[in-house]
Design a binder for this molecule. Structure first.
Ligand SMILES: [Zn+2]
Length: 367
């Protein structure tokens, strides 16, 4: 679809990538949510692995569907230039980068933006700010006051905050803002136990509400991810009481990823004015099924509520695969709907620009 091929996309949820070469083993493990090899099985023989060879070969001057071995050889020959070629082939205008994971081995947000020829804005992880604060000498009594101050300074230039409460507890949280006494008691327990990962449900709720107090949009991880999460507790429908409690504050709340609960997310986006659904990660991992699952995302959610993203992390290939799969899948879906008379060409073009860029520009107040 022409409008999609020409449209610079806003990647509304993504991460930093490695700028240099990666080993074949690292490459394979970056293409799966598994954290360890499976005997006798290659993670390149997956819908995502096949999609990488389909979309990324041509960006490096190789045929689509090139063998994984030839692809990796070419990638190594090109060195850092491969990163630039893959990122610029994705055709992105803006990257909203969650800086909460990865270390110094990854490109900085500025380097990432330069390699992609895109503007970069930051998304700040609520739990990371609490964990950083816990390593200072903050007392349990001061935690409730110190956290919003730390968050405000971390979000000066941010366009959104993000929660990984699905990983740390589950989305079945108590909905309301915790009391000051409950926060102080929970902070006392956490800070006196060599604090590392924030898993206390009271403090997780506290940082969520502090996130809303910034006035910024709130991104929430929902649905699949690595095995660190309990999938059944990552169903966004579990978040309904919190969505209801947060509605009066007016922050947009973006449900990230969603799969396999993308139909639940579509309903939530349909009935809550402040709730949106992100299609990133899902559209990459499901490979050639992207058109079918994107059609399911589009069953109930208003087109003004769906957001393109790649959720790319570590491998620049994931930016290109996410963008190419999105353009291909949405193009195929809208073409099919036009062919059967379900919508006009004009409406199809409007839907494409909404999901690919305009919704993100409006929700995240990008200039
Ligand atoms: Zn992510």
């Amino acid at each position: 679809m022409e409008v999609l091929n020409e449209l610079p996309l806003i990647d509304a949820h993504c991460h930093r990538v490695a700028g240099g070469p990666v080993t074949a083993t690292e490459f394979e493990l970056c293409l799966t949510e598994a954290d360890r090899p499976a005997p006798g099985v290659s993670y390149l023989d997956t819908p995502l692995g096949v999609a990488v060879r389909r979309w990324c070969g041509p960006a490096l001057g190789l045929p689509a569907g090139v063998s994984a071995a030839d692809y990796l050889t070419r990638r190594t020959e090109l060195g850092g230039e491969a990163t630039r070629l893959l990122l610029s082939a994705a055709g992105l205008s803006d990257l909203l980068v969650d800086t909460g994971i990865g270390g110094d081995e990854l490109l900085t947000p500025a380097e990432l933006g330069a390699a992609a020829s895109a503007r970069v804005a930051e998304v700040v992880r609520l739990e990371s700010i609490a964990e950083r604060l816990a390593t200072s000498d903050v007392s349990a009594e001061d935690f409730a006051e110190a956290y919003p101050v730390a968050l405000r300074s971390a979000t000066t230039d941010a366009v959104a905050v993000k929660s990984i409460v699905a990983y740390r507890h589950g989305l079945d949280i108590e909905p309301d803002r915790p009391t000051a006494e409950d926060v102080a008691a929970a902070a006392h327990t956490w800070l006196s136990s060599a604090p590392d990962r924030l898993t206390d449900p009271v403090l997780l709720r506290f940082v969520l509400w502090c996130g809303l107090d910034t006035g910024l949009p709130l991104q929430v991880h929902t649905g699949f991810g690595d095995r660190d999460l309990r999938l059944t507790r990552a169903n966004p429908a579990l978040l309904q009481p919190f969505l209801t409690a947060a509605e009066p504050l007016g922050n947009p709340i973006i449900l990230l990823h969603c799969y396999p609960y993308h139909r639940e997310a579509g309903w939530l986006a349909a009935v809550f004015p402040h709730v949106y659904a992100d299609i990133g990660l899902t559209l990459s991992h499901i490979g050639a099924r992207a058109t079918a699952v994107l059609a399911e995302f589009c069953e109930l959610a208003p087109f003004g509520k769906l957001l393109f993203a790649t959720d790319a992390y570590r491998l620049p290939e994931l930016y290109l695969v996410g963008a190419a799969q999105f353009r291909h899948a949405l193009g195929a879906l809208l073409a099919a709907w036009q062919a059967e008379g379900a919508m006009t060409a004009d409406t199809a073009r409007r839907c494409a620009t909404m999901i690919g860029a305009d919704n993100a520009r409006r929700i995240y107040r990008l200039s």
